[in-house]
Ligand binder design. Structure first.
Ligand SMILES: Cc1ncc(COP(=O)(O)O)c(C=O)c1O
Length: 240
């Protein structure tokens, strides 16, 4: 059994989105991080050009952040998230609501992007029920979209390897075409000039299924996991 220098047995832990047999023969283990660099097990410094998985944008190992985490863990390490709460949750929700454009004025905290997406889809369906529009059950996603690994997320997502092992998925989903065409968008910087017409496919889906059957449309503004594709100019506005 391959063991990295730290000596751990690698087989009990399955890494997601990773060929695990190959990884266990050629492990890539990070043991520290500072500023914009990771520190590998063999001591190499590795420039972190993606800020973790896009989630450490303030930099690694920042003392004020580490101190704030430690102080909160000491003062109140856990509070139930329903029927009870704590001041920090309200403070963060208030801040996020003030930063988001109207009408985004409420916050629902989740543990991951996958949970957030599945929850958003459920909120959309429940909202239609409460509006007296319970026939609106169809969820529209997009080819090449990534919305996490929950059943809702893979159903509206459009990455075949995340979908093809899991049967029929959620019923009643459909997909817009993706916006990537290398021949029409070569050497684009920022939002490509070509592609706004791909938003018109939503009209076709509405005509096919009936507008009053659609509960929600979900797309990543910038499609991340499929290759970081900026939206074509005007595409998101037309979709909306
Ligand atoms: C648009 C989008 N939705 C959902 C997710 C899933 O997030 P998580 O890995 O936290 O479950 C990701 C992760 O990259 C994402 O990019």
């Amino acid at each position: 059994m391959a063991k990295p220098p730290s000596g751990h047995n690698l087989s009990p832990y399955w890494l997601p989105f990773t060929p695990n047999r190959h990884f266990s023969k050629h492990p890539r283990i990070l043991t520290g991080a500072d500023g914009m660099y990771y520190i590998a097990e063999d001591g190499r410094k590795i420039f972190d050009a993606t800020a973790g998985l896009w989630c450490v944008n303030a930099g690694h190992g920042r003392t004020p952040i580490a101190q704030a985490i430690a102080a909160q863990a000491k003062k109140l390490d856990y509070a139930p998230s329903f029927q009870f709460s704590h001041p920090g949750a309200f403070a963060l929700a208030e801040r996020l609501a003030s930063l988001a454009p109207p009408p985004l004025n409420h916050v629902f905290f989740c543990n991951s992007g996958s949970e957030a997406v599945d929850t958003a889809l459920k909120i959309a369906l429940a909202c239609q029920q409460l509006r007296g529009q319970g026939q609106r059950t169809r969820l529209i996603g997009r080819e090449r979209g990534y919305h996490g690994t929950g059943f809702g997320g893979i159903s509206v997502g459009g990455l075949v390897n995340n979908r093809n092992m899991f049967g029929p998925l959620l019923p009643g989903t459909d997909h817009l075409p993706h916006t990537y065409d290398i021949e029409k968008q070569p050497y684009s910087r920022g939002e490509p000039e070509w592609g706004i017409e791909r938003a018109d496919a939503l009209e076709h889906l509405v005509a096919l299924h009936g507008a009053d059957t659609i509960a929600a449309v979900i797309v990543e503004p910038v499609a991340g996991s499929t290759g970081v594709l900026a939206p074509p100019k005007g595409y998101l506005e037309r979709l909306r």
